[in-house]
Design a protein around this ligand. Structure first.
Ligand code: FBP
Length: 554
């Protein structure tokens, strides 16, 4: 197989383990901490997880390995969106499993959780795994978004495990997948299947974090990749001095990705969805905020700039969410057919204007026609508007254009405004993992096996102290139930891991807030450049500004 020089060099990279895992398998012992409680709704969560609730936090240490010498057959699943480093979780898991006993076996279920249900798998060996070390992507076994959540699926999963003699399943996924890992662990324990379930925290969105999990893997590499591209655009923008660039970045609901990129590149504007929701901002207010920056910069002769927009922002604009809810209602059931049968956009517009409330019609009316039409074209299997597909970068640039035209007419603005659009999402999800993600992921996988070997189930592989050098990282495990609370989902109260949104009183947002007025008016761009894999540790091993600020390191 032909490989690039970097790919070859990355195959040879040795990921750094936490100091406590570096002494060899026979010298890793376990230290149990206090019994845990869920973050909220303790009685309800305890009742739902009678076999896995209240377990102790554990930490690994240097010392005699006392785990039972049992042959392990482990199955691993990659769940949800790709995130750089997933391959290294599998590699770390494989290496620890084989170092413990060469007879141990690792199955990889293909295409996400459905692979387990459909019994679609491969068995890893050295030659296969070595092609994926320190590389991006999830193509080692593929990923998928099927949810493992029903009793029927669990029953099939238990049968598949019994068929192969599987002793443990490792689920690498986000908040939903790890919630389901906890439910599966409880099922396996309640039915005395002997199958343990361990989760690993993944998502570029950065929204699986809490008091125990400092960062989800992939966030570091994805944000570094986007920040490199944004920095390059800023340079271009400051060279040509003729465009306003509107850049949407991934992050389905939380704005951690946008905020981290802003901290890395100091754009003129970065919207933060959580702030938009908190201040109940309207589309018009947001457009005014951006137009103010355009106007101030134009007054200084700078008809250019960069705006970062988080993918999920429109869902956080209250008037927009209300509009979406009305449209979903308007086209529910057979009404969609009536709408689709209308001959042209004018007829459809008349249909819409008769049915929307006055407030929603006002919002609808200010949208560019392409966005109005998008709201009726791209619908999910339930017939709902797919908000994530809305081109919000184009929406906001058009709204800003309208604001500036009005200001020009009023004589308060006389600059030039020409907008370009970008969406950075898939570009970052399969990049070669940064050294941080390569090390963190390998450690998570290695650690997951140690949890299995010591008999734990319903735990999330936990590696902490991440803002320090890897030598000082702390490896262990946390019961997933500790991170759970009850939330209303699809009309039912469900136990879930709480999604971490950007905290407006947290250090990363506070830093951004303290500097953004200056960034909006002046040109303060910073250029992070490409991820560096080889070179001084001060350049290659740096993690995110978000983590550094959260830990008071800068
Ligand atoms: P996960 O939450 O599964 O990690 O995925 C996050 C994400 O990358 C979002 O940022 C993005 O909105 C979404 O996946 C895109 O999903 P898809 O790959 O299905 O297009």
């Amino acid at each position: 197989m032909n490989v690039s020089p970097l790919q070859q060099a990355r195959y040879e990279y040795t990921p750094k383990l936490p100091g406590m895992l570096r002494h060899g398998i026979s010298d890793i012992c376990v230290s149990e901490g206090e019994a845990t409680q869920s973050v909220a709704d303790q009685e309800q969560i305890k009742a739902l997880f009678p076999n896995t609730y209240g377990k102790k936090e554990i930490t690994f240490q240097k010392g005699q390995n006392t785990s039972p010498a049992k042959k392990q057959v482990v199955g691993v699943i990659l769940s949800g969106g790709q995130a750089p480093g997933g391959h290294n979780v599998v590699c770390g898991l494989y290496d620890a499993l084989k170092a413990t006993n060469p007879e141990n076996v690792l199955y990889g279920f293909k295409g996400g959780p459905s692979g387990l249900i459909e019994d679609d798998y491969l068995v890893f060996d050295d030659a296969y795994i070595d092609q994926f070390r320190n590389t991006g992507g999830f193509d080692i076994i593929g990923s998928g978004r099927t949810k493992l959540e029903t009793e029927e699926q669990f029953e099939i999963a238990a049968k598949v495990c019994a068929k192969h003699g599987i002793t443990a399943i490792v689920i690498i996924g986000g908040d939903d997948s790890n919630t389901n890992a906890a439910v599966l662990a409880e099922y396996m324990a309640a039915h005395k299947t002997g199958v343990q379930v361990i989760g690993c925290p993944k998502t570029i969105d950065g929204d699986l974090k809490n008091d125990d999990i400092e960062a989800s893997f992939g966030f570091d590499t994805a944000t570094k990749t986007y920040s490199e591209l944004i920095g390059n655009i800023e340079r271009d923008c400051n060279s040509a001095k003729k465009y306003w660039h509107f850049i949407k970045v991934m992050g389905r609901s939380a704005s951690h990705v946008a905020l981290e990129c802003a901290l890395e590149t100091q754009p003129n504007i970065c919207l933060i969805s959580e702030e938009v929701a908190e201040k109940k901002m309207s589309l018009s207010q947001i457009a005014d905020q951006i137009a103010d920056s355009v106007e101030k910069r134009a007054a200084k002769g700078m008809n250019f700039g960069v705006v970062i927009i988080p993918e999920g922002v429109v869902e956080f604009v209250p008037e927009f969410s209300a509009l979406i809810a009305e449209i979903n209602e308007m086209l529910a059931g057979s009404k969609a057919e009536e709408f689709n049968a209308l001959p042209d956009w004018d007829a459809k517009y008349a249909f819409i204007s008769k049915r929307l409330s006055e407030e929603s019609m006002k919002v609808f009316a200010i949208l560019p026609q392409s966005i109005q039409q998008q709201l009726f074209l791209d619908r999910d299997p339930h017939g709902n508007v797919q908000v994530s597909l809305i081109e919000s970068e184009k929406l906001f640039s058009a709204l800003v254009g309208d604001k500036l035209a009005a200001r020009k007419a009023a004589g308060t603005y006389s600059g030039k405004y020409s907008a370009l659009h970008h969406f950075f999402g898939y570009e970052g999800r399969c990049a070669f993992p940064s050294n941080f993600d390569a090390d963190y992921c390998y450690s998570l996988g290695y650690n997951a096996f140690m949890l299995i070997q010591y008999g734990y189930t319903g735990y999330l592989s936990k590696v902490s102290n991440l803002s320090r050098p890897a030598e000082e990282w702390v490896a262990g495990g946390m019961p997933i139930t500790k991170m759970m609370n009850m939330e209303r989902r699809h009309g039912e109260d469900k136990p879930v891991i709480r999604k971490a949104l950007v905290e407006l009183d947290g250090a990363p947002f506070k830093y951004f807030e303290a500097h953004r007025d200056q960034w909006a008016e002046e040109t303060c761009y910073t250029f992070p450049g490409a991820i560096q894999y080889f070179g001084p540790s001060s350049v290659c091993d740096l993690t995110t500004r978000t983590l550094a600020l959260e830990k008071g390191m800068c």
